[in-house]
Design a protein around this ligand. Sequence first.
Ligand SMILES: [Mg+2]
Length: 391
Amino acid sequence: MTRITQVRTSIWEWVGPTTSLPPNSCTTPNDLVGDRPGDLSPFTFLGWLVVEVECADGTIGIGNAALAPHATKVVIDSYLKPLLVGHDPLDSEFLWQSMYRRTMAFGRKGIGMAAISAVDLAIWDLKGKLLRQPVFRLLGGRTKSPLPVYASKLYSQPERELAREAQTYLEQGFKMMKLRLGWGPRHGLDGMRRNVELVRILRETVGDGIEIMADVYMGWDLEYAKRMLPKLVPYNLRWLEEPLPADDIAGYAQLKAMGHVAIAGGEHEFSLAGFRQLIDARAIDFAQFDTNRVGGITAAHKITSLCEAHGVFVVPHAGQMHNYHIVMSSYAAPFAEYFPNGPVEVGNELFWYIFDGEPVAEHGCVDLRDDQFGLGLTLRTPRPSEFRVLR
Ligand SMILES: [Mg+2]
């Protein structure tokens, strides 16, 4: 038996070059209140929280969180660290419940759960290293070899550029890809026409043998979404993602009940209790938790089982190792998201710059190694030209 002796947090703030996205790259919930529709700045993650949990024998587990890293760091340093030191990291369920119940007054969702998620990832990474197994083999083992992923980028953009970007994913061997829709209620009928045009161009570019999805990033309202759904039917979308703000569970249920397009959501939902609500309300066809928000591997594994029992597919937000291990170990999770490695934009791609070990897609798939213990990630040495690291 070993004990946790140290919990260290650091914030990796990107100070390198960024590529800015033009207006109307994607709708967001800010469109209702902001003067710049499609402004992604409140959903930009240019700083990440990294947590290292160390044991008496020197083994270190690594976890991460991308939401509000400064606030997440304070939660871990002030409230979670004292609950961890001195305990056995193999008691991951006890540690999760301890963190959850002792922060319940102010935690439960949002930053509180992001902090628990980061620590839980580090604990599962530790468990894997101590038991000399990859995390997916501690959950359910290998269900896919390799693991299919969909290319996730394709912002709303002029026709020719959209087609060109989609073509590059086809050439790389992706069989699935996702588009962001750029127009919402403020743009009226003309915006509706432009959204449909984006989907039409993508479908015509890739043909009928490629799965395509569309993401609204919570930028529509219920009435607008009800008018849009029938217009999307001819293009055979695999799903429409986050058509409404995350709290409008009843609205999601109404859209799903229309039966036009499968509804995906949950990347802004938290905990087993949150997904029970979504499932009870018949609000989603695809559950898209992110393991580094929803409560770590401990919560994601339980939610995946809940989804399996209710015939809801799991396709986590953002790919990344912490999600790939969940997808690899369950038949309820048929494939995963994949953010291509490229210049830093909104920060979705920042993990490529912080960690080594993230699998690179080949022919539309990634694979996990049986001989890489834990989550399979190591921390890079930060370059001063790229990161300011705050400890
Ligand atoms: Mg999304």
